[in-house]
Design a protein around this ligand. Structure first.
Ligand SMILES: [Zn+2]
Length: 260
């Protein structure tokens, strides 16, 4: 049984300005958002005996009580934000970093005070270099001062449960994580593997730093993981969010939903 849960933050339309506008598929007409792409945002939490492990942190949107949706969703699962011990960051684009910090009543606090935040050093430096609307540096200032930041270099292990590898593709120093909890092998590919559909079409994304590299990595992750019982976590999926490869009678594979 999976110990991973989506902390679904919502669906959004994004246009050339890179602003994320909430979009409700049940009420809003996609044709009214011309020139926009539609994205779904699923940060993940994995329940381990050493505390909660978070995979990316969403946009940082808040509920009517001015609480981070991320905090609300963690409480709905029966935990507290203080139970998070480990925040794994694939990269630092703003739809992944908004919930690293809790901005409330004009005060910015670290959102998970008992956690170490694991960021690849090259990504951290890239985020500060240049004026890129995909990055919100006011978040990084809070993280830098918090004392909770751990900068990773290249590939390695955080502990016996978690390993990381720089896979690039989406940003020059994007990283992926392998997380071994409860006998399961979770794979969080961040925005190199954001939704299952991209595995099955020969897709080169405009929003990638190196779209060809991402495409080739997706194929590689699928071929390796489907045979080794990986559980895939898809951050931007509109269909299967937590999935596994399953061999069919004709020898082909398909992705099955294992979120329940
Ligand atoms: Zn991104």
């Amino acid at each position: 049984m999976t110990q991973a849960y989506s902390l679904y933050e919502g669906s959004f339309s994004v246009d050339a300005s890179k602003a994320f506008v909430p979009f409700d598929p049940a009420k809003d007409d996609p044709l009214s958002r011309k020139g926009s792409i539609f994205v779904h945002v699923h940060p993940f939490v994995i329940v381990s005996e050493n505390g909660l492990i978070l995979c990316d942190t969403g946009l940082g949107f808040r509920n009517a009580q001015d609480e981070l949706l991320l905090h609300q969703n963690i409480r709905k699962l029966g935990f507290e934000p203080e139970d998070v011990k480990c925040v794994l960051m694939s990269h630092l684009h703003k739809d992944h970093t908004g919930g690293m910090v809790d901005f409330k009543d004009g005060v910015a606090r670290i959102a998970f005070p008992n956690a170490e935040y694991y960021v690849q050093r090259g990504e951290w430096e890239y985020a500060f270099s240049g004026d890129n609307p995909s990055y919100r540096t006011e978040i990084f200032d809070v993280i830098q001062r918090s004392g909770n930041l751990v900068l990773l270099e290249g590939n390695g292990e955080i502990d016996h449960q978690i390993s990381y590898e720089v896979n690039g593709g989406h940003t020059p120093y994007h990283q992926a994580f392998h997380i071994h909890v409860g006998g399961e092998h979770y794979f969080f590919g961040g925005d190199v593997l954001p939704e299952p559909e991209e595995i099955f079409k020969n897709f080169i994304a405009k929003y990638d730093y190196d779209g060809r590299a991402s495409r080739d990595l997706r194929k590689q992750y699928w071929e390796e993981g489907r045979d080794n019982d990986w559980t895939y976590l898809f951050y931007h999926s509109k269909s299967i969010v937590i999935g596994k490869g399953q061999k069919q009678e004709d020898g082909s594979y398909r992705m099955i939903d294992v979120s329940k």
